[in-house]
Design a protein around this ligand. Structure first.
Ligand SMILES: [Zn+2]
Length: 141
């Protein structure tokens, strides 16, 4: 029986509660945690390194409507929530789970994200017509 991947239509934002990153101090594996979610105002975002003990906190900037300011794309801007590159959304630290693949970089925010990608890649049969903003819509067929 062939392995199948049924489209979960998961958007990248759904994996953004935790980022496994490279510590800027000791280069070891560390975490950025955003437990309240993307749209929760004044949420405290924490960076924690269990190797060297570095701890940082930040609160994302809000606009005049008291909404979190979100930036999409491959550039990172301090104070905003930056979605789309191979770094965490809040501090801009490089993701720990990334590898060169087919001339580009394959990356994952956390183990759940990595597992989702793994299931897609190892499948011999994949669902058709994924939601256009889903993670699987950005992967090769
Ligand atoms: Zn560290």
């Amino acid at each position: 029986m062939k392995k199948q991947f049924k489209n979960g239509h998961r958007m990248l934002e759904s994996f953004g509660y935790e980022f496994i990153v490279q510590c800027p101090n000791c280069n070891e594996k560390s975490k950025v945690i955003s437990p309240e979610g993307l749209y929760y105002r004044n949420a405290i975002i924490r960076f924690i390194c269990m190797s060297c003990g570095l701890l940082k906190e930040m609160i994302p900037s809000t606009n005049c409507f008291n909404q979190n300011v979100i930036s999409y794309g491959n550039s990172w801007r301090e104070g905003l929530i930056n979605i789309g590159g191979n770094y965490d959304w809040y501090f801009g630290y490089p993701l720990y789970l990334q590898v060169a693949c087919c001339g580009r970089t394959l990356w994952a925010y956390n183990l759940e994200h990595l597992s989702y990608l793994e299931k897609y890649v190892e499948a011999e049969l994949r669902g058709s017509s994924p939601y256009y903003l889903s993670v699987e819509s950005r992967l090769p067929i």
